[in-house]
Design a protein around this ligand. Structure first.
Ligand SMILES: NC(=O)c1ccc[n+]([C@@H]2O[C@H](COP(=O)([O-])OP(=O)(O)OC[C@H]3O[C@@H](n4cnc5c(N)ncnc54)[C@H](O)[C@@H]3O)[C@@H](O)[C@H]2O)c1
Length: 370
């Protein structure tokens, strides 16, 4: 299994997406999102998605050139249409808009519909926290992607409807909770399936509602289902998923889950709350730091070494992987080479000597966010 410096991975991923038809700015934004997921240890949302995204471009499920348009706006928010483009490009623009409005009126809610996979939601909530705001992001799949059984049920009725909340701390990292409301996102089941390993206990059931650890029972046929987050108290994850379906799906115009089998198109709700307009931001940050220190001072329970704060493990993993590189599984590595051949990309781009491209890609992402 190769291990690559993250900048080189960013170079290769940007070139592949550009080869597939994305303009350089969009390619760099999406590649940056995927590689950051790898850096933070969430490989299921990282560059293994490249082949899926390229396939989606080819199948015209996503328009790689699209930018979101404004359908409606008010003082405190806006309704955006993603124009079938990359979720990462549209959600980033939506959060920039929400932050601008929150700076003016204290709080802003922007919705977005009609876009492809939005990836890891913390990418957008952290944009707000890094600007001194609280960022909240929720996503449904517009009635598609139904893979989760409601609590007490055995068949698929909901998508994995994630939520991310980030708060500014002024420290090395901002606390950010970023979770699916199911026991795991579908991508993690796909990862176990690819590796031929058993799925952790309590995540999925087969088509008859019986617990199973075989990923193939989830995919079928006949298809099983993911369970809502919470195990024996799964009514909590299920209830949250239901409310997110309404807030992200109905409010954005993407639509909620229903009997029709529709292709997934993300519906997104992005909230930004400007802390300074509610309370002294220094005091707020000090409160967050006090809370972090307080929970981390708790003695670890048997079997645990330390208490962590949401976002801390990803921060540590990113620091480590920046030093030691990102492991790329053999299947993904092979797929990347095959995509590069298909798009007639220079084979030298896989060489470390061409790391200069990486800083160019990073500059494009920086430029896009200004
Ligand atoms: N866009 C989509 O359609 C979609 C759908 C589902 C999930 N997702 C993404 O999938 C990703 C993974 O979701 P998941 O449900 O597998 O998350 P997860 O179970 O890996 O949990 C991650 C969250 O829990 C925190 N955490 C983990 N271990 C911790 C510990 N020991 N102590 C304290 N906090 C801890 C992390 O910091 C993070 O905030 C998320 O980024 C989510 O946005 C996206």
């Amino acid at each position: 299994m190769p291990r690559l410096e993250h900048g080189r991975l960013l170079t290769i991923a940007t070139a592949i997406l550009e080869g597939a038809g994305a303009p350089r700015t969009h390619a760099a934004i999406v590649a940056d999102h995927l590689v950051t997921s790898n850096l933070q240890g969430h490989d299921s949302h990282g560059i293994l998605r490249l082949s899926q995204y390229c396939e989606a471009i080819e199948q015209k499920e996503v328009d790689p050139r699209a930018r979101p348009t404004v359908r409606k706006e008010s003082v405190a928010g806006a309704v955006l249409d993603g124009q079938r483009g990359f979720g990462q490009v549209a959600a980033r623009e939506a959060m920039v808009l929400a932050m601008e409005r929150a700076r003016l009126v204290g709080v802003s809610a922007v919705t977005l519909s009609n876009c492809y996979h939005s990836g890891r939601l913390s990418a957008y909530s952290l944009m707000a926290s890094q600007a001194g705001m609280i960022g909240v992001v929720m996503v449904n799949a517009g009635g598609g992607g139904q893979s989760v059984a409601p609590f007490g049920g055995l068949a698929r009725r909901l998508a994995t409807n994630p939520i991310a909340i980030a708060v500014p701390s002024g420290g090395d990292y901002d606390p950010v909770l970023d979770v699916a409301t199911s026991m795991a996102p579908e991508g993690k089941i796909r990862d176990y399936f690819r590796r031929g390993e058993p799925v952790p206990d309590g995540w999925i059931v087969d088509a008859h509602g019986f617990p199973t650890r075989h990923a193939k029972d989830f995919y079928g046929p006949p298809a099983g289902a993911l369970l809502p987050w919470g195990g024996p108290v799964g009514h909590k994850g299920y209830g949250l998923a239901l409310m997110i379906d309404v807030m992200a799906g109905a409010l954005s115009g993407a639509g909620c889950c229903g009997p029709a089998q529709v292709p997934p198109r993300d519906g997104v709700l992005l909230l930004a709350i400007d802390v300074e307009q509610y309370t002294d931001s220094e005091w707020f940050r000090a409160q967050v730091v006090q809370l972090i220190d307080h929970v981390k001072s708790c003695p670890p329970a048997p079997g645990y070494e330390e208490v962590f704060v949401p976002g801390e493990l990803e921060h540590r993993e990113a620091q480590k992987r920046r030093r030691t590189g990102i492991p790329v599984d053999d299947t993904t590595w092979e797929e990347m080479h095959s995509l590069a051949r298909r798009f007639r990309l220079p084979p030298e781009m896989f060489d470390a000597a061409h790391d200069g491209w990486a800083s160019a890609a990073a500059q494009i992402v920086d430029h896009a966010s200004t």
